[in-house]
Ligand binder design. Structure first.
Ligand SMILES: *Cc1c(COP(=O)(O)O)cnc(C)c1O
Length: 362
């Protein structure tokens, strides 16, 4: 069986080079005489693996020294609760921009801990755009402002140049589906987090990047495992970390570096997205579901305008080795997730298929 082009939103495709390296090291890592899976997290070999993963991430993202990097468990979804639990405790007020699904879930959790002010929402058009906000929308005494940088389900995104102007409010952003896909200025944020299973490898680890001065605001009267300071104090090893997922993330960071870094991946991601959106815009059959200026580089959502035809498209693409193209149930239609590890060749094959399909189903 040949490998397919996997357009899954997550867990998602990984670079073959990373899979093959993991395979080579699977049974016996270096001189260890055992697999990474079998190692004590307190061993010297493992300490080197986690240190190298953090160091390479710092290098490829250009993370300033006054930010901590944590490798946590519980997925992006646990961050939805940990963030308000830790940080919503001075004014007990936070500003959220609602761009659908992922922010809705975050808002639900935050409401358990304080006052949530939704300062922008695109719910009126089923989250097909990024709502405009101004500095005046953000209460300057709020504990933080919160956005989802790339909405995996609806296919919208903020770029580093279109972040909301929040004034002096600390900005927290969910980069689960676009971390390392394009350049960001880490210093624009008080905190960034990302589950690994979209652009950073396998499920099981969540990366948190938090500014030291923001960490000083944390609430200490909360349960140990859900307190950021616990994990900062122990270098993400308060308890057994997801050792293998961190190892794989480390291989991914090295892969990013070897490709020429985030800048080069951003160039490739733009090339892939331009090819796909360009074709959608030129075609009579396909329509993008998102406002042009807010289109995601990672999750390309579109429809044929006929649900039966969408289903036929997805089925025929699968027969040709292009899988997981079904849109999320809340949007319908088709979604092609084209993360860092999706080669240009996969997108070219998809566009060629789309051309043929349009010709045959006019
Ligand atoms: C997938 C995803 C999440 C949730 O991640 P889990 O690890 O499944 O909890 C959160 N935010 C965004 C933007 C996502 O794409």
């Amino acid at each position: 069986m040949e490998r397919v082009f996997n357009f899954s939103a997550g867990p998602s495709t990984m670079p073959i080079e990373v899979l093959e390296r993991a395979q080579k090291e699977l049974v016996n890592y270096g001189e260890a005489g055992m697999s990474v899976m079998e190692m004590s997290h307190r061993s010297k070999d493992y300490q080197e693996i986690i240190d190298r993963a953090e160091g390479t991430l710092r290098e490829v993202m250009n993370i300033p020294d006054d930010y901590k990097v944590l490798f946590l468990q519980g997925g992006g979804s646990t961050q939805f609760a940990m963030i308000p639990m830790n940080f919503m405790h001075k004014s007990k007020k936070a500003c959220y921009i609602n761009t659908g699904a992922w922010t809705k879930k975050s808002i639900k959790e935050a409401k358990l801990f304080g006052d949530v002010k939704v300062v922008g929402t695109s719910e009126d058009k089923n989250f097909a755009y990024i709502p405009k906000t101004t500095r005046a929308d953000f209460d300057q005494d709020a504990d933080y402002a919160y956005i989802c940088q790339n909405n995996t389900i609806f296919g919208t995104r903020y770029t580093k140049d279109s972040l909301p102007d929040v004034g002096n409010v600390p900005l927290i952003s969910d980069l689960s589906s676009n971390i390392l896909s394009e350049e960001v200025n880490v210093s624009d944020y008080a905190m960034i987090f990302a589950g690994a299973q979209k652009n950073v490898g396998m499920a099981g680890v969540t990366i948190c990047i938090i500014k030291d001065s923001f960490l000083e605001n944390t609430n200490d009267d909360i349960t140990t495992m859900l307190k950021y300071s616990t994990h900062v104090a122990k270098g993400s090893m308060f308890n057994t970390p997801p050792t293998y997922a961190i190892y794989i993330a480390g291989l991914m960071f090295e892969w990013v570096k070897n490709q020429g870094g985030v800048k080069e991946l951003e160039r490739r991601n733009n090339e892939k997205a331009d090819l796909l959106y360009g074709f959608i815009d030129a075609s009579d059959m396909y329509t993008g579901t998102v406002a042009t200026e807010d289109r995601s580089l990672m999750n390309v959502t579109f429809v044929t305008g006929d649900a039966d035809l969408d289903a036929k498209f997805i089925a025929e693409a699968k027969e040709q080795g292009m899988v997981n193209l079904k849109g999320h149930r809340s949007v319908g239609g088709i979604r092609a997730s084209i993360y860092n590890a999706m080669p240009l060749e996969g997108v070219q094959k998809l566009v060629n298929f789309m051309k043929e399909f349009e010709k045959n189903n006019r």
